[in-house]
Design a protein around this ligand. Sequence first.
Ligand SMILES: Nc1nc2c(ncn2[C@@H]2O[C@H](COP(=O)(O)OP(=O)(O)O)[C@@H](O)[C@H]2O)c(=O)[nH]1
Ligand SMILES: [Mg+2]
Length: 322
Amino acid sequence: MKIGLVGLNQTGKSTLFSLLTGKDGDGFAVGGKDAANIGTCIVPDERIDFLSGLYKPKKTTYAKIELTDVLGFSLSNDSRKSGASRFLNDVRPCDALVHVLRAFDSDSVAHDLGSLDPARDLEAVETEMLFADLVMIEKRISRIKAGKKITKEHDVEIKLLERCFEQLDKGGSILDLDFSEQERVFIRSFAFLTEKPRLAVVNVDEAEWESKTWHNQKALSALCEKLNIPLLVLCVDMELEIDRLPPEDKDIFMADMGITQPGIATLAKAVFRLLGLISFMTIGDDEVRAWTIEKGTIAKNAAGKIHTDIERGFIRAEVVNY
Ligand SMILES: Nc1nc2c(ncn2[C@@H]2O[C@H](COP(=O)(O)OP(=O)(O)O)[C@@H](O)[C@H]2O)c(=O)[nH]1
Ligand SMILES: [Mg+2]
């Protein structure tokens, strides 16, 4: 499961990426081409902490998600086109997206558009993805129509594409349409960008964190609601500070800020949920470990995650309240 951090330039994506993965953010050059950086993020879990404290195992393993620090794009200059197409290429393989939106004020960090408006920025990135979907639909339709023979299946596909186009064009979501089984298979293969589960993080400064208000807050909340995107508030600067503190000072600092866990922990958990994932645990002196499964997976199949033998010879799972 891959998660992409997306947004305009200078919103705090790379800083957040390195906080979450412990790796440097931003892309690197591969074969002369810009590539997004990829890293692994641990999903904090109090149950694992507790069990690990109880069993004192040799190894403790948390659930993980894979993060991509998608290179941002700019709306303010001519490089926009190339930036945007590279952006779209990075976004396509992601299973879910986290919009990183800038609300923090800073004289030393220029804003891509010269003013702070996270709602406008979110809309800009969403629009870029919407256009990409519309273009993809048009291309697919004309490719089918240009073909030698149009089969019954092609007919179904064209009708479906036209329905999707209409829905997206009027600002609707594909998720709101009803599909037959056959259509559902097509829909999965289209991999629409606007259909990916999304979450938004608004990166506020300390003053905004304290006042719980930021630039154009109402518009951002309304837009997130309309797009059905959960919104998290985070102060990346403060997260950096927490990260650098020795463990014994962390709790005191967080209590001061009125939080019980670092914002990046809240974010990692929210992303895990967004992907429809849950975890089950195995315990012992060797290892306490979280195993990731899709919500709704039956226990027998979950056992197969560990080993196919355990699935085949499955006896029982224990459900323990925590
Ligand atoms: N003041 C302030 N600066 C931040 C914050 N988050 C990121 N920055 C700074 O903004 C600049 C761009 O951050 P970066 O993570 O590289 O943004 P990206 O372009 O979205 O990857 C860097 O100089 C960061 O130090 C924040 O919460 N407050
Ligand atoms: Mg960056």
